[in-house]
Unconditional design. Structure first.
Length: 383
């Protein structure tokens, strides 16, 4: 499911009219970035973050030049849109096809005589089918393609020879882009953020102040973490590969890019291993009553993989790092169509940085207990 990436790109390319209308309707102030200049510097750090470099994958390719890893911020939810599409659109198409076929057979059987009412009903059925198809293509297909009839996975490629990072996404999620490795920020560098890392993925960030683009790019890679230590281990794996080479990290196990049912059903349990082990026996028993839901969603996930195609990198990225081959150009604003450029520039204020450092948080006052807050009783000796 590419819902997060699609929503983020839609926000970056929102038209001025729709943006102003949305804020006017909700009576909210116009949106601005809440980041300071110093915050961007904190996100870029290539110091060692862990002593145990490790990746939980899935990794699709790994060699001396590059390695490919899965992207996607909501892979565990994949299958819901597929079930809604196949459960809603497919029965409608089937019923319309059966109705139209019946009218056609009845009309043909009456030849050479023509039955005007049947001809009108057949024409009406065709118009209804055409109308439903138009409504679906106009208002529903942009949601369906987040899981169906699109790339099977979002990919990220780390090329050690060219020191570049490539993102492979559909055009409606931002398209294929290239960034320098040294402009890559990570969301899992500091141990103080560990309490917020449970159930999240490693996030990589490319801020406009470093890329020169009018919008920010983000990528959520790998599987959900069971704690900040796992995400730091994954970032350290990437950092050591890019900085030192493949010999500095343990060789990962490669995953298939075929539509594997194992990947479809296991995605629902990403990040839950540690929580499941520490949970009570009552919670484990309760899971037995909801296992049909996991089976249904997993089946939808697998159908989604079956109805998508394997992503393929452009030739210039496939050959990058080979002797005598050109280095892929870094993505710039001119790489986008003129209409997209105008919309990106119109929303550039979302990522503007405030000067200076973020003000320090004021220490919280200790909370007083009810006994302390209760006023003292008057002294009887003073009466």
């Amino acid at each position: 499911m590419f819902l997060i990436e699609w929503g983020f790109w839609k926000m970056a390319t929102e038209s001025s009219a729709s943006r102003n209308a949305a804020y006017a309707q909700r009576s909210l102030p116009d949106e601005r970035s809440d980041s300071n200049v110093s915050d961007v510097g904190l996100d870029i750090s290539f110091k060692s973050a862990s002593e145990h470099p490790h990746t939980r994958g899935p990794i699709y390719a790994f060699n001396e030049t590059y390695f490919d890893m899965r992207c996607g911020g909501s892979e565990e939810k994949r299958g819901l849109i597929t079930l809604m599409t196949l459960g809603g659109v497919a029965p409608t198409i089937y019923a319309w096809a059966q109705l139209t076929h019946g009218f056609l057979v009845f009309n043909i059987s009456a030849l050479p005589e023509f039955n005007i009412p049947i001809i009108l009903l057949n024409t009406l059925a065709l118009l209804i089918g055409a109308g439903l198809t138009y409504l679906y293509l106009r208002y529903g297909f942009h949601l369906t393609r987040l899981e169906l009839f699109t790339s099977r996975h979002l990919l990220i490629r780390f090329n050690r020879k060219t020191q570049q990072v490539h993102l492979h996404r559909p055009t409606y999620c931002g398209g294929i882009v290239t960034f320098p490795w040294r402009e890559t920020g990570s969301t899992s560098t500091y141990q103080e953020d560990d309490p917020l890392s449970l159930g999240t993925r490693l996030g990589l960030v490319w801020h406009p102040s470093r890329t020169g683009l009018p919008h920010m790019e983000m990528a959520f890679i790998g599987k959900q973490g069971q704690g900040g230590s796992e995400l730091r281990d994954e970032w350290e794996f990437i950092r050591r590969y890019m900085e030192e080479g493949p010999h500095a990290v343990p060789r990962p196990r490669l995953s298939t890019q075929l539509p594997s049912p194992i990947q479809a059903f296991s995605a629902q349990f990403e990040g839950l291993g540690r929580f499941f082990r520490k949970s009570s026996w009552l919670f484990k028993v309760a899971l037995l009553f909801v296992w049909p839901a996991f089976v249904i969603i997993g089946t939808g996930h697998w159908l989604s993989l079956l109805l998508c195609w394997r992503p393929r990198w452009p030739k210039v990225i496939r050959e990058a790092g080979l002797p005598g081959k050109p280095v892929p150009p870094v993505t710039t604003l001119s790489d986008y169509p003129p209409a997209i450029q105008a919309r990106l520039l119109a929303n550039a204020d979302r990522w503007q940085l405030k000067p200076g450092k973020r003000p320090a948080k004021k220490p919280r006052k200790p909370r007083r207990s009810k006994a302390q807050a209760k006023p003292a009783a008057p002294n009887e000796d003073c009466v």
